[in-house]
Write a protein that binds this ligand. Structure first.
Ligand SMILES: Cc1ncc(COP(=O)(O)O)c(C=O)c1O
Length: 470
């Protein structure tokens, strides 16, 4: 009789799996990668990025309107990642002059770029206007004037969209919700008519092309997407009636969730709301269908279907492209036993300078042993990083219970054991910083076919001095 053990919940066949007990990503052995490049080490799979993009593009093919995806580069703007995303066939969203610079350098054409941001500088607006990008999303009445003034100065015509904040809540963390009136984003529904009028005043320098919203990141339900789209659609129709101006696009932002709890064996004690949010799965096709269904009904009722038939839908997915395509390898560097509390502490080389969300949002990254991926993960440990703060821990130090108090790993973990934090591709390397004089880590991309390629070298001590003038 043959016995086959089911693969662990975190496994994704062909991409993330245990082979001979060692964690493999895209066919590459994580223990060999760690040996060659040291840790902490981020590892990405090109195949997984491409398959995430393919899933989005397949959803677009089923939608009743043309759809364009603009990858939210804030999630991860490593140049090799940007290039892979571009080659996979989608466009890019940027949130600063720096991200615009990187997107252009990665080979995106200006008409493949949209630019968001609450605090754009004159220089950033100039760069976007001069490049001639697809849309600058104006975040306020003031910004419409700013963009117009800069376009006039440059003798250009800027394509703009208006970012709205219509008061739509989601079940994500407050810090990740962006369509609430209490948030810092966008133009309120009450301001919209004035904003539209203002944006039309100088057609020589401003071309009002669209309307934009982002309800928030990791949005677990379809309803907020549908409500957001419907709100924008209604503004579009009213605006057309008043002015005769037809908008070309409706941009529904990002927020398609990623299931961080594919393996939920350690999530039992998390609050239910947190578990539901972290384990959400929404098909991009369903997001598009729900949004367009609401708009189609309202268009039919208003006799405005011809307007809907002229609209391109934009989405700005970040997390859903890159989160589960990356992981962070870290080595246990120290161990201590505390008989007073009964805890065994494992001190790793990956702190909140690399995984900021784990501290700010108590974000859950599933942890496994990379060198003993097959062994039963049944022994509880307290986990912490190398930084000098008590808050540099892998549990909820504020005791809100939003992370497990202990992580389960194989028995008898010792210094030197290699661990992996999974689903760590989004909002990690984009946010890392060299706190405590810790050089930023290397990043490897495993190419299709399993060939690892260094796509960011590890910083040196000299790099720690690079910007200082002394
Ligand atoms: C305006 C905008 N678009 C898109 C995104 C990407 O969101 P996500 O990574 O959840 O898809 C964000 C991130 O919060 C955003 O602020």
């Amino acid at each position: 009789m043959s016995t086959t053990t089911a693969p662990p919940g975190w496994a994704i066949p062909g991409f993330l799996e245990s082979r001979a007990g060692r964690l493999h990503i895209g066919g590459a052995d994580s223990t060999e990668l760690a040996r060659e490049h040291d840790t902490p080490l981020f590892v990405f799979s090109e195949a997984r990025i491409r398959s995430n993009v393919a899933r989005l593009r397949a959803a677009a093919e089923r939608a009743e309107r043309p759809v364009r995806f603009f990858y939210a580069s804030k999630a991860n703007s490593n140049m090799a990642v940007l290039r892979t995303v571009r080659e996979a066939g989608i466009d890019v969203e940027v949130n600063s002059g720096g991200e615009l610079f990187k997107a252009l350098r990665a080979g995106f054409r200006p008409d493949q770029i949209v630019f968001n941001g609450t605090s754009k500088t004159e220089a950033e607006v100039d760069e976007a206007v001069a490049a001639g990008i697809y849309a600058i999303n104006a975040d306020s009445l003031y910004e419409i004037e700013l963009i117009e003034a800069r376009a006039r100065r440059l003798g250009k015509r800027a394509r703009v969209a208006l970012r709205l904040v219509p008061e739509i809540g989601t079940r994500s963390h407050l810090g990740l919700q962006t369509a609430l009136l209490t948030s810092k984003f966008g133009i309120t529904s009450a301001e919209v008519p004035a904003a539209f009028r203002r944006a039309l005043r100088n057609p020589e320098h401003l071309h009002l092309t669209g309307i934009h919203i982002h309800v928030g990141s990791q949005t677990p339900d379809l309803d907020p997407f549908a409500a957001a789209f419907e709100t924008m659609w209604e503004h579009l129709v009213r605006f057309h009636r008043e002015t005769g101006h037809a908008l070309e696009h409706i941009n529904l932002g990002g927020g398609i969730p990623v299931n961080y709890l594919r393996d939920d064996s350690q999530a039992g004690d998390l609050p239910e709301a947190e578990r539901e949010m972290l384990s959400a799965e929404l098909e991009p096709a369903d997001v598009l269908a729900a949004a367009l269904r609401a708009a189609r009904e309202s268009a039919r009722a208003a006799g405005a279907e011809h307007l809907l038939d002229a609209v391109t839908v934009l989405l700005e997915p970040g997390r859903s492209v890159i989160a589960d395509a990356g992981l962070l390898l870290t080595t246990v560097r120290n161990i201590k036993r505390r008989p007073e509390t009964g805890d065994v502490w494992l001190l790793t080389d990956a702190g909140f300078n690399l995984l900021l969300s784990q501290t700010t949002y108590k974000w859950y990254y599933h942890l496994v042993s990379a060198s003993r991926a097959d062994a039963p993960h049944d022994t509880p440990y307290k986990l912490a990083g190398p930084l000098c703060d008590s808050g540099d821990v892998y549990f909820d130090i504020e005791r809100g219970g939003r992370l497990p108090d202990h992580r389960l790993l194989p028995a008898d973990v010792r210094p030197g054991e290699l661990l992996a934090l999974l689903n760590a591709g989004a909002y990690t390397i984009a946010q890392m910083f060299p706190y405590n004089g810790r050089p930023l880590p290397a990043v490897v991309m495993v190419r299709e076919g399993g060939r690892p390629e260094l796509v960011r070298r590890r910083d040196t001590y000299e790099d720690l001095l690079a910007g200082d003038v002394w």
